[in-house]
Design a protein around this ligand. Structure first.
Ligand code: ACO
Ligand code: KIV
Length: 451
């Protein structure tokens, strides 16, 4: 059936703010930001089947093991499970001393009261208040003027402070405010609301505040977001006790890019989820961000040395598979099927082992310089075995690599062409992958030599 084409006239380009003297393109990242995992909140609220307490705990413990120090553990007024999970963490004293849990709370008196109750007895916590500030929300959802919208945030802050005094006297409490849909909010209004909320909370020593700027629905190219963050950083009146945080989503598929440019532009903290779980096209992926830093020589402060364990726990908790091509963690991201890639990998691995031998050090101590592989698979707990797999796209270098890496046989250079042609014929005839064992069997039958 013929369908009408989509009319692009229905959609409008995002109008960027003007920042001709932007300085972020000349910045370089030199340290990791503060991270907050929102796997147990934004990640959880987007699942068809939200995590039960067992899966929530498995995710919390994974995040702690990986080294996340700020973890949004739920939206206490959302469900019985969300509330119960916060209580369980506190009552069973499961929160390590250097970890801050966060709860997300809409700016409504009763939600604030109940969320505060969920935190009773917590030694330290972040209370995260939000309301949407963008025009479409003011006009369509809340039917409020700018002033009424600002008052909603300020009133929420005062109510939170009042309840905190009663309920959380012994808690080391941080306050976080998010103008939801910041990216579509008039910049001057975002600043006006945030400064009013800051004035209410009065940040200072022991009263840290986090201002968190979400691209609730990603709508623009990443450099437009970076301009918004640099503009904010210049125009927001904030002192050393106020942290500038970002919370990017991935609706346009540019969440990671927006985050990295946002960091160049002055953001100090990033909120996201493992493998980009989260509403719609997801939150920004914390694994990709962390590994991008690591492979640029910057310690992310997060342990990715067993990426498959991270993946397995995340898949168990979310019920969703990680894509085979997901950066750094997918099944195929350290694998080459194509001949010229395999040849270069083999030459790179041979060179690495030669250099290590000459220097008398383990290969893992040398800088990684193997073509086509952005990092050493061993560093994330993967073996070298899957790096080269053979099908009709492969060549003699790849076949020789499999014989050497899997079977300890160095195929003589003079035989490599002939042997690879036989494997190529098998692959052409069958169309699929030729396993390492079948390659070894072919080698034995051709050269009567058992690997
Ligand atoms: C971008 C984000 O991810 S924000 C976080 C979103 N997360 C969630 O919504 C998950 C948890 N939420 C829930 O469990 C429920 O939506 C609840 C408990 C918060 C509210 O439930 P309900 O009272 O049934 O209301 P409902 O789900 O229809 O939400 C809409 C109401 O919340 C109001 N609202 C929405 N956001 C906010 C906010 N930040 N502050 C105050 N009120 C808000 C809406 O105006 C609407 O109010 P109305 O009923 O007076 O028109
Ligand atoms: C509440 C905020 C931080 C949020 O989740 C969003 O806007 O996506």
């Amino acid at each position: 059936m013929q369908r009408a084409q989509i009319s692009a006239d229905r959609y409008k380009q995002f109008i960027p703010l003007s920042l001709p003297d932007r300085s972020w393109p000349d910045q370089r990242l030199s340290a990791a930001p503060r991270w907050l995992s929102t796997d147990l909140r934004d990640g959880n609220q987007s699942l068809a089947v939200p995590m039960d307490p067992e899966r929530k705990l498995a995710m919390f413990e994974l995040l702690v093991r990986m080294g996340y120090k700020e973890i949004e553990v739920g939206f206490p007024v959302a469900s019985r499970d969300d509330h119960a999970f916060v209580r369980m963490l506190i009552e069973q004293e499961r929160i390590p001393e250097d970890v801050w849990i966060t709860v997300l709370v809409p700016a409504k008196d009763e939600a604030i009261r109940q969320s505060m109750q969920s935190l009773r007895g917590a030694p330290r916590a972040t209370f995260h208040l939000y309301n949407a500030t963008a025009p479409v929300f003011r006009q369509v959802v809340f039917k409020m003027s700018r002033d009424e919208c600002k008052d909603m945030a300020v009133r929420g802050t005062h109510v939170m402070m009042k309840f905190a005094e009663r309920t959380l006297a012994d808690c080391d409490l941080r306050f976080q405010y998010s103008p939801e849909v910041f990216n579509e909010t008039e910049p001057d209004f975002a600043v006006e609301v945030c400064e009013s909320v800051m004035d209410a909370w009065e940040p200072g020593p022991g009263r840290e505040m986090i201002l968190n700027f979400p691209t609730t629905v990603e709508r623009s190219q990443p450099h437009v977001f970076a301009d918004q963050i640099e503009w904010l950083d210049r125009n927001l009146r904030r002192g050393e006790h106020v942290c500038l945080s970002i919370h990017p989503h991935n609706d346009r598929g540019t969440g990671v890019a927006a985050t990295e440019l946002g960091l160049l532009a002055g953001a100090e903290r990033v909120e996201g989820c493992l493998f980009g779980n989260g509403e719609r096209a997801g939150n920004v992926c914390l694994v990709t961000l962390g590994m991008n830093l690591l492979t640029a020589g910057i310690d992310p402060g997060i342990d990715f040395s067993d990426i498959d364990e991270v993946r397995q726990v995340a898949e168990h908790c979310t019920g969703m598979p990680v894509h085979a091509r997901h950066p750094y963690a997918g099944d195929l991201v350290y694998t080459a099927f194509s001949g010229s890639h395999q040849d270069a990998i083999k030459k790179g691995m041979d060179a690495l082992s030669r250099e290590a031998g000459e220097a008398g050090v383990p290969e893992g101590d040398l800088p990684w310089r193997v073509p086509y592989l952005p990092l050493d698979p061993n560093d994330v707990g993967r073996s070298y075995e899957a790096m080269v797999r053979i099908n009709s796209q492969s060549g003699k270098g790849g076949v020789a690599y499999v014989m050497s890496a899997h079977h300890g046989v160095d195929v003589p250079v003079a035989d490599r062409r002939e042997f690879a042609d036989v494997i190529q014929s098998m692959a052409d005839a069958e169309g699929g992958e030729i396993t390492s064992d079948r390659i070894a069997a072919a080698f034995t039958s051709m050269y009567r030599e058992t690997p």
